[in-house]
Ligand binder design. Structure first.
Ligand SMILES: Nc1ncnc2c1ncn2[C@@H]1O[C@H](COP(=O)(O)OP(=O)(O)OP(=O)(O)O)[C@@H](O)[C@H]1O
Ligand SMILES: [Mg+2]
Length: 276
């Protein structure tokens, strides 16, 4: 579990606090999406949880470990972090080297590395690029390598800060379903910071950040169907929900239980068949 209690944080040389008395809880083995407008504090919160910023006032614990200077090494054993910009994350000479780098830092035995690297690259479908150099890869491919590097370390908590925003729809879908299945196996707590409604819909819970406060922590269904909230925090509703609302506005009585594109297509198809 990740617990944030009465967190107060001000960036150095800034007048105003970004967070004041912020409290929230992220349960184990859940996928929690963090959403909010640009500048609402999502990345800062993630960095504070990962101990990448000066220790703030208040208490943050990750699986019981206090996030402070004394516990950083143990904390970093628990956490994987993938950022938005793939170029700042690639440190190896090749794809395989890049994944190996994190393993070397953890002092994983060299003879164990090839198997771990193979598996991590397969998870993100980058096996054919094992020997490629970073300059030969697209941004999305580098991003998959970053994800492989994080997964290879078997973190308890994986933090993705807009990590899929550079992937094409197919790549994004593959990575997200891979993450969903890891989470299903009960191995991983996922915190994904995103502006993508499809990614939000996959989560177990959504935390809506607004001006340094939690405006809502709720299920994706309840957040995404709250049109005023969705607009206020700069999201858009998923396509299926927008189409459903447009149909309802035309007097088509789409049942409330229908929330996905597949369900909507099936329902529309049934309506057409019963009429025809
Ligand atoms: N290093 C820094 N020094 C001072 N202020 C900062 C620093 N980094 C971020 N900020 C400020 O803190 C606030 C929150 O920034 P943060 O990057 O956490 O937002 P965000 O929700 O991740 O936004 P985005 O959706 O654009 O990624 C912003 O007002 C930003 O200008
Ligand atoms: Mg950010």
């Amino acid at each position: 579990m990740i617990s944030v209690e009465k967190l107060t944080f001000t960036y150095p040389h800034q007048e105003a606090a970004l967070f004041e008395d912020l409290s929230l809880t992220i349960p184990d083995h859940q996928w929690v999406a963090i959403v909010g407008r640009n500048g609402s504090g999502k990345s800062t919160l993630a960095r504070l949880i990962a101990g990448l910023l000066p220790t703030p006032a208040g208490t943050i614990t990750v699986n019981g470990l206090p996030v402070d200077e004394d516990h950083l090494a143990a904390l970093h054993q628990q956490l994987g972090f993938v950022f938005q910009n793939p170029d700042n994350q690639f440190v190896g000479a090749t794809v395989a080297d890049d994944v190996a780098f994190g393993l070397e830092n953890r002092r994983v035995a060299p003879q164990k590395m090839p198997t771990i690297i193979e598996r991590a690259l397969a998870q993100v479908r980058m096996t054919p690029f094992k020997a490629a150099r970073p300059e030969e890869l697209s941004g999305g491919q580098k991003q998959r390598v970053a994800l492989a590097g994080a997964l290879a370390l078997k973190p308890a908590v994986l933090i993705l800060d807009e990590a899929t925003s550079m992937l094409d729809p197919q790549g994004r879908g593959e990575v997200l379903s891979q993450l969903a299945s890891l989470r299903q196996q009960g191995e991983l707590t996922i915190i994904s910071i995103t502006h993508d409604p499809a990614e939000v819909a996959l989560a177990d819970q959504v935390i809506v950040l607004d001006q340094g406060q939690v405006r809502r922590q709720d299920s994706p269904e309840r957040v995404l169907t709250d049109v005023a909230l969705v607009e206020a925090v700069g999201l858009v509703q998923p396509f299926a929900l927008r189409l459903k609302a447009a149909l309802q506005a035309q007097g088509v009585a789409v049942p409330a239980t229908i929330t996905t594109e597949g369900e909507l297509v099936q329902w529309l198809n049934q309506q057409l068949n019963t009429r025809g």
